[in-house]
Design a protein around this ligand. Sequence first.
Ligand code: IPM
Ligand code: MG
Length: 522
Amino acid sequence: MWGYFRICPHPRISGNNFRVFHDDGLIGKEMNSEANKKNNESRKAVPVTVAYGDGIGPEIMEATLRIIKAGGANLDLETITIGESVFKKGITSGIEPSAWDSLRRTRVFLKAPITTPEGGGFKSLNVTVRKTLGLFANVRPCLSYYPFISTKHHDMDVVIIRENEEDLYGGIEHRQTADVFQCLKLISIPGSERVIRYAFEYARRYNRHKVTCFTKDNIMKLTDGTFRRIFDDVAREYPDIESEHWIVDIGAAKLADSPEVFDVIVMPNLYGDILSDVAAQIAGSVGLAGSSNIGDGFAMFEAIHGSAPRRAGQNLANPSGLLLAAVQMLVYIGQGDVATKVHNAWLKTIEDGIHTYDIFDPAVSRKKVGTKEFADAVIDNLGEYPQQLKSVNYPPHGNPLKIKLVERPAPSKELVGVDVFVDWRGSADELGKQLDEVSKPEFQLVMITNRGTKVYPGGIPDTFCVDHWRCRFQSATSGQPVTHRNVIDLFGRMVDAGIPPIKTEGLFTFDGEPGFSLGQGQ
Ligand code: IPM
Ligand code: MG
C-alpha cells in the first residue's frame, strides 16, 4: 500500500541543537540560536507535502530539508512517493490517489525531480500535478552570481514567469493521416490573464520596474495574439511598471546576449520552458535555479532541472536549485525570516567558493564539495551575510499574491461555416472539383489548404503537398449563418463521395469578428 506518512525527523537535526559536520570532520558549532528556538515555539508547524523524487532527487531533498530545518523552518512534513517507482507499477500518471489526498490537505508541495520512464504511455507527472492543481504561474528567477560563479553576464537578474497549464502542454496529439501528426495549442483568455496579472503583481510586490512579454503573434495571430492582447490590456492597469513586447525569436536572442536589459518576462508555456533553461544556464548553471508553481491556494516548489540519473547516489549533485525553491516556499508559507537566513547563508557559501562539481571552476572556486558537504557549509553559514553579492531580505509574513480576473460578458457566437480535414492522395484540383459538387446547396468551398498553405483554387504546382487537406466551407449565401444540421448533411455527402472527414473545426464569429485564421497565401 502506497501513500503518505509523516516523516520522522532526521536524528541529526531533530530538536533545536545539533552539530555541523564538515568534510574535514566534526567542527562542533552549536546551531540554532535562542531566537530560532523562540520562533519555532511560537510558530505553528506548516503542513507541507514532500516528494524525494528519482535520480539525484533524494540526495538534494535530504540536503535541502536539513538546511532549512537548521535555519529554523517549522514544517509538518508528509512524504509521498511519486514518479518512477509508481510508473513502474503500471500507474501511467505516476501518482496514486493517496498522494493527491496529501496534496489537497497541505496545499503546499516541495518536489524533487522525478523521472518519467521513456516510451509511450507515461504522462509527464510534473505537468499532471501543475494542471490538476491549477498551478498557473511558474516563477523562475535566473540571476548571476558574478564573480563567484562563471558567467558572461555580470548583472543578470531576470525572473521568467511562465504560463504553466496551457499552450502545447495539453498533450492533445493525434495522428490523422499516414503523413501527418498534430498537437493542439490551446491558449485561453482566463489562463493568459491570470498569469499576466500575476507577472505585474509580482513586479509590483518585488519592486521590479519592467514586465516584458514574448510571443510569436506575427504567426499565431489568434493564440499568441490573444496572449499579447491581454498583456497590452493588463499593462495599461499598471502605469507604474514599464511594459514591452518582443517577438519570441529576437527576444530570445536578446535575452541570451544582453539579459541585463530584461527584468520580469512573461510568456506562454513552451517558450517559458525553453527560455528559462537558457536564462538559468547563461546566468551560471541550470542547477542553481529554483521555481515556484503558483495556483489559487496551492503551490508547488521545485528545481528547474531534471533528475540526472547518471549523477545519482554519488553525493555529487548540487542541491541549490531545490534549496532556492524551498526558500521561495518559506516565503510563501510565511516563514520569510527563515527564507532570508537560509538564502543569505547560501549566498555566503557561494561567495566562499565552496562549490559542487557542476559550478566548480578553478578560477573562482576554492573547494570542490559533494552534496552533503555543501549542505554542511550552508548550515555553518546560517546567520551570515554575503559580503559582495546582494543579500536578500524577505517579508517575514506570507501574503500570497491574489489574482482577480475581469468579468467578461459572453460574446454572441454564430456558426458561419466549417473547416473539414480530409485524408487524400491526389491533386488539389481533383479534390477541389469533387468537393465543389459536394458542398452544394448550403455551402460553398472557399479554399483548400495543405499544411496551412492555400492550394485551391488557384494553387501552383510547385507547392509540396502531403496527404492532409483542410477544406473550408462557408455559407453559400455570403455572410449568412449556417446550422449544425447543414454541417451534418455536408459530412454525409462527403462520406457518400468517399472523402470522409478526419477532423473538423467549426467556423464561428464572436460579436461579428471571425474566430478563425486565413490560410497562408490567401
Ligand atoms: C520543466 C521541465 C518540465 C517541463 C518537463 C519535465 C515536463 O522541463 O519543469 O521545465 O517541460 O515543464
Ligand atoms: Mg524545462
